[in-house]
Design a protein around this ligand. Structure first.
Ligand SMILES: [Zn+2]
Length: 437
């Protein structure tokens, strides 16, 4: 099938903007010919009506299990700091989840993401009372929605050593399964919650369990000051040093946040080739601090963007990344190059996790594409693309999304699931879930 009569943002090596062109989606889910002008006669064609065609977005860190928390109000005093937010909200919610909640929260989160133009998500899951098999239910949701995902379970000692062992086992089971399935749509990481909820023993066991699997670890790093304080109490110079010594870091490691890191930590993260994921809205919401995105980039740390479950709209993180850096440094010259680079770095992170080419429109890459209702009133070129992304495209409606060449959203509706029926079912699950929290 060929999408024709589209304005195309290629995000390829030349970062080309084609005013009117056509993109072929091959039957094997890859991109075929990318051409300017009208498509060849006789081909099966979808007329894009001059809309904007660009690569689907990638969310490098999220928690689909948090979807059913929307609107949840907990009685009593508001949490005063990050550990209280975890104890009062997230660790109560995740303990209340059963297997069906895990499936419905994942599916709802995926539909919401798809309608915001996100085709790929790297998820970080926790459901301590429904741990074994939970990743299978999330995998089922990804396959039904038709989105690309990397799954993992947040191993943690916070509910005891037996639960940590269950977390390790769930990661191992999932990684062995997805490895056998080819892994093009669903892949996996080895999930760890965060340094401050993990014992040295559990870290050792996780590294041992991962030895033959070779997956990257996916965990929260130095999100709040409490993580570094915990590492220092154990005798380490920092969270990053502790994780380095435990052999958790490496080129496939996905480290969310890294808000409280020193220049020495940044040098280590760059040296180890760690993929840092910046989640600025969550950092604002939890009041944990502003990550040093500008300094991270200058230190050579590969830094991408995630939503941390705060929103399905990756575009909002892109905008917030820019604004937080500008305000933090009180310098209107910074933020734009870093936010832009972080958005584009997500494809490099996805390549390291999956070994797949996504996030660009060029022959041979996966056909993960979005069609956006964007008809700009001003000139759009490769040179002024950032301004259009920030002030226009990020706010425009996503008309269609394809993943692996398969339609997921068409004419603003998710075509892989019955959205109305799903919402009704999820709302019933949420009512029951909230009563158990
Ligand atoms: Zn997170």
């Amino acid at each position: 099938m060929i999408v024709a009569n589209a304005r195309i943002l290629t995000f390829d090596g030349g970062n080309r903007v084609l005013d009117s062109g056509a993109v072929e989606m091959r039957d094997d889910g890859s991109i075929g010919a990318v051409t300017e002008g009208p498509p060849p006669p006789g081909a099966e064609t979808l007329d894009a009506g001059g809309r904007l065609l660009m690569p689907a977005l990638i969310n490098c860190h999220t928690h689909l299990y948090s979807t059913l928390a929307r609107g949840l109000a907990l009685p009593g005093r508001a949490p005063a700091n990050f550990p209280e937010i975890l104890r009062k909200l997230w660790w109560r919610l995740d303990r209340a989840l059963d297997e069906e909640d895990v499936y419905y929260s994942a599916l709802i989160g995926l539909v919401d993401s798809a309608k915001c133009g996100v085709g790929t998500l790297i998820d970080h899951h926790s459901s301590p009372n429904a741990c074994p098999g939970s990743l299978d239910r999330i995998e089922q949701a990804f396959r039904e929605a038709g989105l690309r995902g990397a799954l993992c379970y947040e191993t943690s000692d916070r509910n005891g050593a037996a639960e940590a062992r269950r977390g390790i086992a769930e990661n191992v089971r999932c990684l062995e399964r997805v490895r056998g399935s080819g892994g093009s749509l669903v892949s996996g990481c080895f999930g760890l919650h965060a340094s401050f909820t993990l014992s040295d023993r559990t870290l050792r066991q996780a590294v041992e369990a991962n030895q033959s699997l070779g997956a990257g670890f996916h965990l929260h790093v130095a999100e709040d000051r409490c993580d570094g304080q915990h590492a220092r109490r154990l005798g380490y110079r920092s969270t990053v040093r502790r994780l380095l010594e435990a052999e958790i870091l490496g080129p496939r490691c996905v480290a969310a946040h890294c808000v409280h890191v020193s220049a020495a930590d940044l040098a280590l993260l760059a040296r180890e080739g760690v993929n840092v994921v910046h989640n600025p809205q969550s950092n604002c919401g939890n009041a944990v601090g502003a990550a040093k995105l500008v300094e991270m980039m200058r230190a050579g740390v590969l830094t991408g963007l995630g939503t941390d479950g705060y929103t399905p709209r990756l575009w909002d993180e892109f905008k917030t990344a820019l604004h937080v850096q500008r305000l933090r440094r009180r310098d209107p010259r910074v933020g734009a190059p870093e936010a832009y680079a972080a958005l584009l770095n997500n494809r490099a992170i996805a390549r390291k996790v999956w070994g797949l080419e996504i996030g660009r429109i060029e022959t041979g890459a996966r056909a993960d594409l979005i069609l956006v209702d964007y008809h700009p009133p001003t000139t759009l070129t490769a040179d002024n693309l950032f301004g259009h992304l920030l002030f226009g495209i990020a706010n425009a409606t996503v008309d269609s999304l394809w993943v692996n060449g398969r339609p997921v959203v068409r004419e603003k509706q998710c075509v892989t699931v019955n959205e109305r029926a799903l919402s009704a079912k999820a709302a019933a699950r949420a009512r029951s879930l909230w009563e158990r929290i």
